[in-house]
Design a protein around this ligand. Structure first.
Ligand code: ZN
Ligand code: ZN
Length: 385
């Protein structure tokens, strides 16, 4: 008794699919900068399409190539609901497997009937926060609110320079904002554009995004626990706890091992097995991403600023970041390339350590989190020292 070739092949296919989605989803995350995950992402999203493009140009008409490029841009470069629909369909497929395969075995000897209340609450919070994060205006900057948006945070002169204007929106760039090419707008306190939500994550929906991530982690952990109790319950119901099997080598009757009984049940209930494998892969990935997002939020960074800080660290390592005296005691940060440093006669000192450049937007862990929970583009101006 063991795992059949059929089960082994779909588990392999599922693992390969999850790895591919993870590379697409997380490859450009600053967590994976310089790692094999980022290189795989660049290969999938840049090198491979460029090679395919070259091959296509060699044998296929220009009109077809243009059409294919158009589809690619529409999918990955513009706001569109394809990945959102895909995520929602997967979510409800998982939920229907739960309702058909697991729900009939709840309550069981491990889970009381009262847990249907906590199951319903967890799912409601998760779906509710997802829906709100998807539909809320993330903090678009427009002509009507640009002045208020610019007064929300002071420019720090390092990540955000004076007098910056968005080349697309032709509006002043508020501190901590970024232009999103998919949305075609500048977003206040921009974190990133999330294709799974088909929306930007910014000032107005960061709290809903964090609530969604935290509750989705809870759904995955709770779901794994519930499915595990159902498999253990099935082991009792099917009488596998005291089953005897013939030993292939000695021919003697021996008790069925715990591991073999679980593998037998999973091989027999393919849907249950698929969802268990999916949950085992998804749960740590979602939990790590949630902790990561909470960590940068509590340290006063947005996802976009995390990348900017990595660039500042690179500038410091390359010895090109200076504090320059602009005259009348006015100091400012400036990146001066090696070849221009001698010709630049302004009084300046080299920044040699990241500790010498403070994050102006870090106001203490609790204050940072409180601001994300309560902030809104129409809300009160936060105090920045
Ligand atoms: Zn813009
Ligand atoms: Zn966007």
């Amino acid at each position: 008794m063991g795992i059949s070739l059929f089960t082994a092949s779909w588990v392999t296919a599922l693992l390969a699919f999850c790895a591919w989605v993870s590379i697409l989803l997380l490859g450009r995350n600053r967590m994976f900068r310089g790692t094999v995950v980022e290189r795989a992402n660049i290969y999938c999203l840049e090198t491979l399409p460029a090679n395919v493009n070259r091959l296509m140009r060699a044998g296929i008409s220009d009109a077809f190539v243009q059409k294919a490029e158009g589809v690619w841009i529409a999918l990955f470069g513009r706001r569109n609901p394809v990945f959102q629909i895909f995520a929602i369909v997967l979510y409800f497929l998982g939920l229907s497997v739960f309702m058909t395969q697991a729900a009939p075995a709840i309550p069981n000897r491990y889970v009381g009937g009262w847990q249907w209340i906590t199951i319903a609450l967890t799912l409601a919070v998760n779906m509710g926060s997802y829906a709100v994060a998807c539909v809320v205006d993330p903090g678009y900057v427009d002509a009507g609110n640009v002045d208020r948006a610019c007064s929300l945070f002071e420019l720090d002169g390092l990540l955000y320079s004076e007098n910056a204007v968005c080349r697309t929106c032709h509006l002043r760039k508020p501190a901590r904002s970024k232009h999103c090419s998919a949305c075609g707008r500048c977003i206040q306190m921009m974190d990133h554009h999330c294709m799974w939500l088909n929306n930007c994550i910014g000032l107005n929906n960061a709290r809903w995004f964090l609530a969604f991530l935290a509750s989705f982690s809870a759904v995955c952990i709770y779901g794994t626990y519930l499915f595990a109790t159902v498999v253990l319950e099935l082991r009792h119901v099917r009488g596998l706890t005291h089953a005897m099997v013939q030993d292939e080598l000695t021919g003697e009757m021996v008790p069925l091992s715990f591991k073999t009984s679980i593998l037998y049940l999973l091989d027999e209930n393919v849907l249950l097995a698929i969802i268990m494998v999916l949950l085992l892969i998804l749960t740590p990935a979602i939990a790590i991403f949630t902790v990561y997002q909470l960590r940068i939020a509590s340290l006063g960074y947005t996802g976009n600023e995390e990348i900017k800080w990595l660039n500042v660290a690179d500038d410091i390592k390359d010895e090109v970041l200076f504090v320059v005296n602009e005259g009348s005691e006015q100091e400012a940060y400036a990146v001066i390339e090696k070849e221009d440093q001698q010709a630049d006669l302004r009084p300046k000192r080299l920044v040699t350590d990241l500790a010498q450049v403070a994050n102006k937007y870090h106001r203490g862990i609790w204050e940072n989190l409180r601001f994300i929970l309560l902030a809104s583009s129409s809300g009160s101006k936060p105090h920045v020292d």
